[in-house]
Every structure is written in C-alpha cells, then in structure tokens.
Ligand binder design. Structure first.
Ligand code: SF4
Length: 208
C-alpha cells in the first residue's frame, strides 16, 4: 500500500470542493500523464497559450503536446523580445503554471520576482490552468504563505544566477537585495470569473 498516494487521493475530494467554493474548477490526476491529458482536453485546438516559469508544468510535457496540437505558443525563451512576449501573454486564451502553495481550504499563495506569473494568474489570460503536485498542499492559508516564502522561494532562488542570502545559506533572510525573487506576494482566495482558474491536483511530488 502506498499510504502517501492513498492519503492524497482522499484529500483531493476535500480540495476539489474547497476550490470550487472559491469559484475555481478543479480536477484530480493520479499522475503527470493524466494531468497532461486533462489539460489537453481543456485547451481547444488553435488556442493561444502562454506560461510562467514552472517546474511542475514542465514535468507534465504539456508544451510539446500543445505544439503538436497546433496551438499558438507564446514562448518568451524563443522570442526575440521576452518582455514583449510576457505582455502579449495577457491576451492569451490560456496561461499555464503552478502554485507555490495551496491550503486545504483552497487558498493559493505565490511569491514572485518579475511578477509576470502572479500578474497573469490574477488578471489577463482568459483561462488559467495550474498543475499542483501533492507536495504543495498545506493545512492553512498561513501555512501556505510560510511554504511559499520560506520553503519554495529559497529553492527557487537556487535555480537562478542571483545574489541573495538564501542562495548562500538555504534559509530566507527576508532580504531586500536587488536580486530578490520575493518582490510580490499574491494570495488567491476567490475568482469573480467562475472557472477561469482550473486547478489540476496531481498525486505526485512535483516542483518546489
Ligand atoms: S532571502 Fe531574499 S530572495 Fe531569498 S527567499 Fe528570502 S526574501 Fe526571497
């Protein structure tokens, strides 16, 4: 028996109800492959799609699948003008990403440096699909902030060529260094547009 898998399978029904109460759509996937298929079923052929930096999303293999499906991909890494692409994503049909943390009652917390990711989650693209691994789920909204700020952020900082205290010590020092990746914090507690945010809960540990 895989008790961790079993526990999250049970918890997912509570999470789905909590997210739906906040006007989001929510889905359960047993694996990243299932998550990719759910996302593909939600994104019509020919849609325009942008995304934020997300290890969880990348692990699903959704981007190559969307390319094959004939979607228009707003890829800042492949564009000659990344800043412009980040702005163009606001007009996309879909924005893809993850969340730094999700509470059991459906509150999501995200910390961002450039803030393109949290800005697109809050406003802009018509639809938002978030791929959320079981490791992102915590008990309360306060725990979600703690996870986003003190666990996810130091790990994310380590991915970049930046100078921050956490990069040296592995612990957040609440810095104001020019390179800080913790400029803006978004708490998503409700969506006025019903179903705009679609959360795919994945029964695997994914991302940070
Ligand atoms: S040390 Fe600075 S960059 Fe690192 S997690 Fe804390 S506030 Fe963010």
């Amino acid at each position: 028996m895989d008790y961790i898998f079993d526990r999250f399978e049970k918890l997912a029904s509570t999470l789905i109800k909590a997210l739906e109460r906040r006007n989001h759509s929510a889905f359960y996937a047993a694996s990243v492959d299932e998550a990719r298929e759910i996302a593909l079923s939600l994104i019509p052929e020919g849609s325009s799609v942008g995304w934020g930096g997300s290890v969880s999303m990348a692990k699903t293999g959704i981007i190559p699948a969307l390319r094959e499906k004939g979607c228009t991909l707003l890829d800042r890494a492949a564009s000659g003008d990344a800043d412009r692409t980040l702005r163009e994503i606001f007009f996309a049909d879909f924005f893809l990403g993850s969340t730094n943390a999700l509470s059991e009652d459906g509150v999501m917390v995200n910390v961002d440096g450039t803030a393109n990711r949290i800005a697109a989650m809050a406003f802009g693209p018509a639809n938002v699909i978030l791929f959320v691994g079981r490791n992102k789920v915590v008990k309360t909204a306060e725990d979600a902030y703690q996870r986003a700020k003190y666990i996810a952020s130091p790990i994310n900082a380590d991915r970049f060529d930046i100078k921050t205290p956490c990069k040296v010590t592995g612990s957040c020092a609440d810095c104001l260094s020019p390179d800080t990746i913790c400029c803006q914090v978004l708490t998503t507690r409700f969506s006025r547009k019903k179903g705009r945010i679609k959360v795919i809960l994945i029964n695997e540990d994914l991302g940070f």
